[in-house]
Write a protein that binds this ligand. Structure first.
Ligand code: PEP
Ligand code: MN
Length: 351
């Protein structure tokens, strides 16, 4: 159920409605929108009769027919824009969020080599796994906390916002401590206890679409997080399993406008996992920006042939420069922008 407040409803009126909901043993989620605030009620089975329609400042009480409500446009008409303390980077604003970095953090040298190049190219977000959900138990599983410390140092030195994956509640605690945004990977999209734990975290969450998840299942997974009180969630399309064998997965770009119609949450596109092939990452990045994605997640490695995971889909840094240059030209066509590359003035221009 959603309580839609009148446009001019004041703080006290909103608080009174929340209080009545909570006193009845339910949870109230006040979600401010551009025009008005909506209050989502969770914890109820079916309709709740609390006389909310009669309260001051209430415009209407609606039953939401969709199985998700807090993430839906019914709850909030304006787009969610995620902000990061200490940075002017956003996800869901006019500027596209470009997240780039290696699949895994392998060493301090490797992480810094890649981070410096993607930062110079204009990326504001750095990705890299310290905990890797690998298909085989015998492949590299990540550096764990040591990897997180390297990423935290990258944030401090280069000013990049750190996004890294948590695979269970133990790693989530550490990711919350060292990182800026908690990634929930495709394989964990329906790990409901992990989703609930992420919902209680104090950092934004990047939720990747499951390998065989429908749009409704993706939104329900986000609803799990939001119903616990974490409203800063971005979704990420990363390809789904199909019969196609020319790519690792099939990147479903049609999900971008489909999400945007139903939900206020931002959605990024990951063409690296989506295609699994380096030569397809730039074309699909162009397409993702053109279709209206709120940003990109791109795997980059300074020496992909020696990468410990996902080398074949990782761009060389020069290719990432090219990607940024191309999408920077496409972005204005869809009313977006991308931050500029860092221009290094030569140390001694008289030479
Ligand atoms: C990743 O981003 O490195 C990753 C493992 O992605 P996914 O969960 O989409 O497979
Ligand atoms: Mn990867």
């Amino acid at each position: 159920m959603l309580v839609v407040m009148k446009a001019h409803a004041g703080e006290a009126e909103i608080a009174a409605v929340c209080e009545r909901i909570e006193k009845a043993g339910f949870r109230a989620h006040a979600i401010p929108g551009a025009q008005r605030t909506a209050i989502g009620i969770t914890g109820n089975q079916g309709a709740v009769e609390l006389g909310l329609e009669e309260m001051a400042g209430v415009a209407e009480v609606i039953r939401v027919s969709k199985p998700y409500k807090l993430v839906s446009r019914d709850a909030k008409d304006s787009n969610t824009v995620i902000k990061f303390p200490g940075s002017d980077a956003t996800i869901g604003g006019v500027e596209l969020a470009v997240v780039a970095g290696p699949c895994s953090i392998e060493s301090r040298e490797q992480a810094f080599a890649v981070a410096e190049r993607v930062a110079n190219a204009g990326a504001r977000f750095f990705r890299g796994g310290a905990y890797k959900p690998r298909t085989s138990p015998y492949t590299f599983q990540g550096l764990g906390e040591e990897g997180l410390k390297i990423m935290a140092e990258i944030r401090d030195r280069l000013g990049l916002v750190i996004i890294t994956e948590a695979v269970d509640s133990e790693s989530l605690e550490l990711v919350e401590k060292y990182g800026d945004m908690i990634q929930i990977g495709a394989r964990n999209m329906q790990n409901f206890s992990l989703l609930k734990r992420a919902g209680r975290a104090h950092k934004p969450v990047l939720l990747k679409r499951g390998l065989a998840a429908t749009l409704e299942e993706l939104l329900m997974a986000a609803e799990y997080i939001m119903s616990e009180g974490n409203y800063n969630i971005a979704l990420c399309e990363r390809g789904v399993r199909t019969f196609a064998d020319h790519t690792r997965n099939t990147l479903d770009l049609s999900v971008v406008p489909a999400v945007q119609r139903l939900s206020h949450l931002p959605i990024l596109v990951d063409p690296s996992h989506g295609t699994g092939k380096r030569n397809k990452v730039i074309p699909l990045s162009r397409a993702a920006v053109a279709v209206g994605a709120d940003g990109l997640m791109i795997e980059v490695h300074h020496d992909p042939d020696r990468a410990l995971s996902d080398g074949p889909q990782s761009l060389f840094p020069d290719q990432f420069d090219q990607l940024m240059d191309e999408v920077r030209q496409i972005a204005p066509v869809v009313g977006r922008s991308i931050s500029s590359p860092v221009v290094h003035s030569s140390a001694n221009s008289a030479d």
